[in-house]
Design a protein around this ligand. Structure first.
Ligand code: GDP
Length: 622
């Protein structure tokens, strides 16, 4: 089970798209529908073509409601960034993208909605603009899929792309330490208290004792549902509704966390690595008031800058956050900071120590060094960072780049092998981290999607063109492509590469011309229109596509036959050869009642196919 979250500028068609994908309108309540605006986290789901269920969190787009983004963002596997093709990139598109980046949402797909409102030239322009915006963000290589919820065009391609993207995501790890950040609380007749959220870190089981943090309330899990179906056990990465006994609705609120008793220690002090957004308006001052977002929690606090008195936009720094209320936080969690008033996202980062012992002395080199070591992590984490920074590389290069030596090196290797973060592409030497592979897979799919859109009548993208487009060395390209084929991300056939979803489709106008041409072929099977004549009739692209699709067989650069004629001709020649041993061009011509040109083209074709062999002026069966 997977969870995706939408992001994007208001009115760009998020809710409409979610409705088209899932059949559920995210505006749950009547007044929400009346205001025609999503005011809280909507929730719907659909099933991918491959059968996996995907929950959709429709993160509201309106500025006033942007606070919800943290809640939606924390638990998602992939982002669905919605951009209306007619308007293109807008301020909230940028702000939401910045948040996805701060939360390090590693994968995503861009839906270019309302494609029905624009022409192809405009679509190309908007796509280029989008690509530029996505550069250097987590979505740098995200596929861009034009769709129209109105006409339905592109929706199948979008679900296929989502499936491909999600299939790349590692399953949510089960660390035996479940956390359910509450994003909604309500009562249900016959059940009592119900909370919903996206589960991470471990599984929850019906009957489990639970604690609601940070309040320290005890409860029991009476029932669990996921996607409106009762389950005994909810697994990490799924959307969960939990029926709690022992707590009242008025004791609970959004932002609290349901987990096993005594499994977390809520905290008000956090050491973090903070990234100040490049387009933040003001420097961040020491002790500035901030609003902190983690999971579904939003809490006021202050930011203690440990190295300086002010932080310019675009800078990174070590910061200690002092919160007014406790939160559940784990090392490695990503958070967002906003300025409380006027509200604006100022940055975010990663939690390095959720339980520092005290308020740190500022400008203390030993404290900074300690935090840097914590951030750097275990040998495995260091090697993984090296791998990720290099792209698809030889294992040797990654080991060298990590700067690790034994015994740390061996430890690092076994650590990332065991965690499944090290992917071996060609059996031994070529490797990638999951993250790099994901980036490559996205780029690959993006390149192919663009090619298919630009050349809908071609069976696929030429391998060589793809290779230079991706800028990879031959050996790495081959290994990566084979790996992608193994994962069914692409289909390789001869010199072509294509997406599994790509199929040549003719317009009604083209089909009419094709039918007329094929009728000509039927009429006189052995006196068929030449390539040139046929191309003039249907267009060269369409003719090539017909050959790709085996609707016409090309014997030579001039001679074309229908597959039926071709099959019966080959059969006739084979039968003749079986009884007579040899055949000449003249005999073949008479046998088939055709011209010398056709008979010759056919025999040369059969030679090339390895069916016959030329011996002097005659052919024999090979
Ligand atoms: P949200 O604020 O991003 O959730 O946007 P909505 O889903 O509410 O859509 C905003 C407006 O765009 C509505 O009037 C929709 O009917 C319209 N809209 C959404 N998708 C499409 C589409 O594919 N084509 C066209 N022409 N209009 C669309």
């Amino acid at each position: 089970m997977r969870v995706i979250g939408t992001a994007g500028h208001v009115d760009h068609g998020k809710s409409t798209l979610v409705q088209a994908l899932t059949g559920t309108h995210p505006d749950r309540l009547k007044e929400e529908r009346e205001r025609a605006m999503t005011i809280d986290l909507g929730f719907a789901w659909f099933t991918l073509p491959g059968g996996e269920a995907v929950g959709v969190i429709d993160v509201p787009g309106h500025r006033d409601f942007i606070e919800n983004m943290g809640a939606g963002g924390g638990g998602i596997d992939a982002a669905l960034l919605v951009v209306a093709a007619d308007e293109g990139v807008m301020p909230q598109t940028r702000e939401h993208l910045a948040i996805l980046d701060l939360l390090q949402i590693q994968s995503g797909v861009v839906a270019l909605t309302k494609a029905d409102l624009v022409d192809d030239d405009w679509l190309t322009l908007v796509t280029a603009d989008l690509r530029a915006m996505l550069t250097n963000t987590v979505l740098a290589y995200a596929p861009i899929v034009p769709v129209s919820a109105r006409s339905g065009v592109g929706l199948a391609q979008l679900t296929d792309t989502l499936q491909a993207t999600l299939s790349q995501r590692p399953p949510r790890p089960d660390l035996g330490r479940p956390r359910l950040p509450i994003d909604r609380v309500f009562t249900l007749a016959g059940f009592g208290t119900v909370v919903t959220g996206t589960l991470s870190g471990g599984a929850l089981q019906v009957g489990d004792e639970a604690e609601v943090y940070p309040a320290g309330l005890r409860a029991r899990l009476r029932g669990l549902q996921t996607h409106k179906t009762k389950v005994e056990r909810a697994v990490p990465g799924s959307r969960v509704a939990a029926n709690l006994v022992g707590v009242e609705v008025n004791e609970l609120h959004r932002g609290m966390v349901v987990a096993h008793p005594n499994s977390f220690q809520p905290t008000t002090l956090l050491d973090v690595r903070f990234r100040h957004l490049p387009d933040a308006e003001l420097p961040l001052k020491h002790n500035a008031e901030i609003k902190f977002f983690l999971g579904a929690a939003e809490v006021f606090g202050t930011a203690r800058l440990l190295e300086s008195d002010a932080l310019e936009p675009g800078e990174q720094a070590w910061v200690q956050l002092v919160l007014t209320q406790p939160v559940v936080a784990v090392k490695g969690d990503h958070f967002i900071l906003r300025r409380p008033s006027p509200g604006a996202t100022i940055g975010g980062g990663v939690i390095v120590d959720p339980h520092p012992k005290r308020r740190h002395k500022r400008r203390a080199p030993e404290i900074i060094a300690h935090l840097a070591t914590l951030l750097q992590g275990t040998p495995g984490e260091i090697l993984l960072q090296a791998l990720t920074s290099l792209g698809l590389v030889s294992l040797k290069a990654a080991l060298h780049k990590s700067g690790l030596v034994d015994p740390a090196l061996s430890e690092a290797l076994s650590e990332i092998r065991a965690s499944g973060d090290l992917l071996t592409l060609d059996g031994e030497t070529l490797v990638a981290s999951r993250q790099t592979w994901q980036a490559f897979a996205n780029e690959l799919q993006g390149a192919l999607t663009a090619y298919h859109v630009a050349h809908p009548l071609r069976a696929g993208m030429p391998r060589e063109e793809l290779k230079s487009r991706l800028g990879l060395a031959s050996k790495i390209f081959t290994a990566a492509l084979n790996h992608a084929e193994g994962l069914k991300l692409v289909i390789l056939s001869g010199a072509w590469v294509r997406l599994p979803t790509h199929a040549i489709q003719f317009s009604p106008d083209q089909q009419t011309k094709i039918d007329a041409l094929l009728a000509d072929f039927q009429r006189e099977p052995y006196n068929t229109p030449s390539f040139k004549v046929s191309a003039a009739q249907v267009g060269e692209d369409v003719l090539n596509a017909l050959i790709e699709l085996d609707q016409l067989i090309s014997l030579s650069s001039e001679v074309l036959l229908t597959p039926e004629t071709y099959a019966s001709t080959v059969a006739q020649i084979k039968t003749y050869l079986q009884t007579h041993g040899t055949i000449t061009v003249a005999i073949a011509r008479d046998l088939l009642g055709t011209s010398r040109k056709y008979a010759l083209a056919l025999l040369e074709h059969l030679d090339a196919q390895g069916v016959t062999k030329r011996v002097g002026d005659e052919r024999v069966l090979k």
